[in-house]
Design a protein around this ligand. Structure first.
Ligand code: SF4
Length: 451
């Protein structure tokens, strides 16, 4: 837990000599607490005080970067229990399994499929992060071969899953440049596993029967020279897993309990893919740093990535699109014009439905500071003046030759004021974006300018 200014002050020389550029030691201490000063600016602070300050200023949950010469991603370094207290920083990595019991052709097919698991949602790219190679064969050779193939086929980070140090050694050597995540160091094998991690500078996952045993294991791994540690919090069922995730997070954040101050890894594996998606989503929402799944179909992965994107969005800053006029399917001067807000989720819902309708159209994304239609309307960020300004700013009048504006059905009540403020004829569109295709194909033609 971070030290207060007064705690830091107690560690300083208290001579008020001003050599640090501050008038007093207490002023310097306050700036240190706010991370606006560096302890090295005081030439008289003792080595013991420096060590104490360094330990106290370390994040309660360690940040660990996964991946090597390919794609990397960071997990951990979270500071709050609940998203509304601030925000979550490093999105949970999604790792898809590759079993070494598959034959070479099946492994290639699965790696090809995993490599394609990337999507665009609300205008942002989302994709899986890692391949978890599992040593189900119990043999070194196929495990190393699968690791080598995973490294060659994609740029994704790699996790290697085996309890055998011998097999792990062979697999790590096969993809060492990717700094694979070693799973797992257990109380029985941690010395050998940690030695491999240390030699190849790999992060490692600690795994034990319960939180108590895990709390005893991580300091031993650290003492053996590996600091980039994850903790496996997969328990017998989802309830126990979420409980363990919550207890570990709370202990790290509220009690500054260092042995559990590491990102968590959870295996979401279930026989039923729908169960697996639900377990993965729950683990993502409740603090997992890495979630391992056997799901490799786009329809299975997309819900997990969607949950992750939503959970790791800053609640104070809604995702926005640029407020401007968007052309969908090469619209012309007689094409329909509609508006919505610049909240990404709202805009892309509308854009997706207009695309699906195959009716070329213009969409004005009105600047409502990234809020949805009803939120913006109730907060007076979406009114006749705002819409009139958007029409003017986007030069819509010069781009089309008609004066018909389709408005969201939820703000039909604004029709009269909008007509007065803009001079455009108002057509009340549907309340739900999903009804836009039908509207554009059946209602709009009745109002479209006659050529
Ligand atoms: Fe205090 Fe050190 Fe600053 Fe001098 S240099 S005022 S001892 S904090």
């Amino acid at each position: 837990m971070a030290l207060s200014g007064l705690d830091i002050f107690k560690l300083l020389p208290k001579t008020n000599c001003k050599k640090c550029g501050r008038p007093t030691c207490i002023a310097f201490a306050m700036q240190l607490a706010q991370k606006k000063a560096n302890i090295e600016e005081c030439p008289f602070v003792s080595e013991e005080a420096k060590a104490a300050l360094a330990g106290a200023s370390a994040p309660p949950i360690r940040k660990v970067t996964l991946g090597g010469d390919g794609r990397t991603f960071a997990v951990g370094e979270e500071t709050v229990l609940f998203r509304h207290e601030g925000k979550f920083f490093n999105p949970a990595g999604i790792a898809v399994t590759l079993d070494d019991t598959l034959d070479a052709a099946a492994r290639k097919g699965r790696l090809d499929a995993i490599g394609k698991l990337s999507f665009i949602r609300v205008g942002l790219p989302i994709q899986v992060d890692m391949i978890a190679v599992r040593n189900l064969s119990g043999k070194a050779e196929p495990f190393a071969a699968a690791a080598r193939e995973a490294a060659a086929a994609t740029k994704l980070a790699i996790a290697l899953v085996s309890d055998s140090p011998e097999n792990m050694k062979a697999a790590v050597a096969a993809c060492a440049s990717r700094a694979p995540l070693i799973h797992a160091a257990t109380p029985a094998n941690f010395a050998a596993m940690t030695a491999i991690a240390k030699e190849h500078r790999c992060p490692i996952v600690a795994k034990a029967a319960d939180l108590e045993a895990l709390s005893a294991l991580t300091p031993q791994i650290k003492a053996a020279g590996v600091e980039d540690i994850l903790i496996d919090l997969t328990m017998a069922d989802l309830r126990s897993t979420v409980e363990a995730l919550t207890v570990a997070r709370r202990a790290a954040l509220k009690k500054n309990f260092r042995p559990l101050g590491y990102p968590a890894l959870v295996f979401a594996l279930r026989a039923d893919p729908f169960d697996e998606i639900a377990v993965a989503g729950s683990a993502i929402a409740k603090y997992a740093g890495v979630v391992v799944t056997s799901c490799a179909e786009p329809w299975q992965i997309l819900p997990m990535l969607t949950v992750r994107q939503n959970i790791y969005t800053d609640p104070q800053k809604p995702i926005q699109v640029e407020a401007k006029l968007y052309a969908i399917r090469e619209p012309g001067k007689d094409s329909p014009v509609m508006f919505t807000t610049n909240f990404s989720l709202t805009y892309y819902s509308v854009e997706g439905e207009v695309e699906a309708s195959r009716v070329p159209a213009w969409i004005i994304a009105v600047d409502t500071e990234g809020t949805s239609v009803l939120t913006a309307y109730s907060g007076d960020k979406l009114n006749e003046k705002v819409v009139a300004k958007a029409l003017k700013d986007t030069k819509a009048e010069e781009i089309v030759r008609h004066r018909k504006l389709i408005i969201p059905g939820h703000i039909a009540v604004l029709s009269g004021k909008l007509e007065e403020a803009t001079g455009w004829e108002i057509l009340v569109g549907p309340k739900e974006a999903s009804m836009l295709p039908a509207f554009l194909k059946t209602v709009w033609p009745q109002h479209a300018p006659k050529s």
